[in-house]
Design a protein around this ligand. Structure first.
Ligand SMILES: NC(=O)c1ccc[n+]([C@@H]2O[C@H](COP(=O)([O-])OP(=O)(O)OC[C@H]3O[C@@H](n4cnc5c(N)ncnc54)[C@H](OP(=O)(O)O)[C@@H]3O)[C@@H](O)[C@H]2O)c1
Length: 339
C-alpha cells in the first residue's frame, strides 16, 4: 500500500509517499481500497506540530475516506466485499489501503460519488453535532459562521438552510459570491469589523448561534454578539496557526486571549458556551452512527451536498496542503491515489 507520511513537523514539503505491505483485516474489521481521502484543517495543524491529539510524528493522518471493501475479517456483518463505503478512521486516512473496525464504515448511497463520500464525514458530522444534536437550532434563527467557505462552514450553511435561518458567514472577500450562491445571505470579509457589521444588520440584537473555530479573541467577540438565550460553540483554534510552520510564541499569544467564564456569569447573561471536539467522540459509536445515518438521509433527500473544490494525487499532497494554507479552498480538498 501507499501512504502519505508526515515525516517531521514543518512546511507541506515534509509530506512524503511511502510504500508498506498491505494490512489484513482482523475480526470485525474490513479492508478498504481507498478511492478518495478528505483533508481537514486538523491535518495541517498536525503537520505544523500544533495538534496535541495527533499521533507522534512521523505519522499518517487523515480522518475520512471513501472506497471499496475488498476483504472482511471474521464476524463482519454490516458490510460485504465489493461494497462502496465511506467512513471515519481515527487518523491514518492518507492511504490507498485502510483497515478499520466495521462500525467505522458505512455503505454509500448509490447516487454518491467517491469524491462526495470522502468530503462528507468529518465536516458534516461536526456541523450536525453542534447545530442539531447538542444544539437546538430553531427555525429562523440568526447564525454566525466563521470560516464559512471552508468544509465545516459550508456544511453548517446547508444545515442552517434546512431551518430557514438567517446566515452571516465570515470568509475571504474572493469567496463571497460563492457564499451567496450557497445561501449565505450576509457574507462578511474576514478582515472587516464583523462585530459592527452583525450589530448593524440585526439592529443591535446580535445572533442566536455562533460557530467559531478561530478562537483566541474571537470567542470573546462571539460571546458578546449573542442575543438573549444565544449559544457560542467553540470548535477550533485556527488563529494559533500563523503560517505553514509552527510559531509557539504566536500560539501562546492566542491562548492567552481566551476569556474564562463562570456559571454565574452565564446564568445572569442567559448565554451558553459549549464545545465540540469530534476526535474525542470517536469512542461514542452509537452517538456518531445515529448522526451519520441522519446525514445520509439528508443527502438522499437533497438537503445537503458536499462541495468538492479540488482533488490532488497523493504525489502532490504538499501542493494540496499549500492550497489550504493559502486560503484558496472553497469546501473540501481531497487526496486521491495516483493512477
Ligand atoms: N472540533 C472539531 O471536531 C472540528 C472538526 C472539524 C474542523 N474543526 C475546525 O474547524 C475549522 C475549519 O475546518 P475545515 O476542515 O472546515 O477547514 P477548511 O475547509 O480547511 O477551511 C479553512 C478556512 O478557514 C479559514 N482560515 C482561518 N484561519 C486560517 C489559517 N490560519 N490558515 C488558513 N485558513 C484559515 C480560511 O478561510 P477564509 O480565507 O475564507 O478566512 C480557510 O479557507 C478548523 O479550525 C478546524 O480545526 C474542528
Amino acid at each position: 500500500m501507499r501512504q502519505i507520511w508526515i515525516t517531521k513537523a514543518g512546511p507541506p514539503e515534509v509530506l512524503s509517499v511511502r510504500e508498506a505491505p498491505d494490512p489484513s483485516p482482523g475480526p470485525k474489521e474490513v479492508r478498504i481500497r481507498v478511492r478518495a481521502a478528505g483533508i481537514n484543517f486538523a491535518d495541517l495543524m498536525a503537520r505544523v506540530g500544533l495538534y496535541p491529539d495527533a499521533p507522534k510524528i512521523p505519522c499518517v493522518v487523515g480522518y475520512e475516506v471513501s472506497g471499496v471493501v475488498d476483504a472482511v475479517g471474521a464476524g463482519v456483518t454490516r458490510v460485504r466485499e465489493g461494497e462502496r463505503v465511506f467512513g471515519m478512521p481515527r487518523f491514518g486516512g492518507y492511504t490507498d489501503t485502510l483497515v478499520v473496525d466495521e462500525r467505522q464504515a458505512f455503505p454509500m448511497p448509490d447516487a454518491m460519488s467517491f469524491e462526495e463520500g470522502a468530503a462528507l464525514p468529518v465536516v458534516y458530522l461536526t456541523a450536525h453535532h453542534m447545530m442539531l444534536y447538542t444544539g437546538n437550532l430553531r427555525p429562523r434563527s440568526r447564525v454566525l459562521v466563521h470560516s464559512a467557505a471552508g468544509g465545516v462552514g459550508l456544511a453548517a450553511i446547508q444545515l442552517a438552510k434546512t431551518r430557514d435561518c438567517e446566515i452571516f458567514g465570515i470568509a475571504s472577500r474572493s469567496k463571497h459570491a460563492f457564499l451567496k450562491e450557497q445561501g449565505c445571505q450576509h457574507p462578511i470579509a474576514n478582515d472587516a469589523d464583523y462585530v459592527a457589521e452583525v450589530r448593524a444588520a440585526t439592529d443591535g440584537r446580535g445572533v442566536d448561534l455562533v460557530l467559531d473555530p478561530v478562537g483566541g479573541r474571537s470567542w470573546s467577540e462571539g460571546y458578546d454578539l449573542l442575543a438573549p438565550a444565544g449559544r457560542l460553540v467553540a470548535f477550533g483554534l485556527s488563529s494559533a496557526a500563523a503560517g505553514k510552520t509552527r510559531s509557539l510564541l504566536h500560539a501562546v499569544g492566542q491562548l492567552l486571549r481566551i476569556r474564562s467564564y463562570n456559571p454565574r456569569t452565564l446564568m445572569d447573561d442567559n448565554k451558553t458556551v459549549s464545545g465540540c471536539n469530534m476526535g474525542h467522540l470517536f469512542g461514542e459509536v452509537s452517538m456518531l452512527s445515529e448522526q451519520f445515518e441522519a446525514l445520509v438521509r439528508m443527502y438522499e433527500a437533497g438537503q445537503i451536498a458536499p462541495h468538492v473544490d479540488r482533488t490532488f494525487p497523493f504525489s502532490e499532497a504538499a501542493a494540496a496542503h499549500h492550497y489550504l494554507h493559502d486560503r484558496k479552498a472553497k469546501g473540501k480538498v481531497l487526496l486521491v491515489p495516483d493512477a
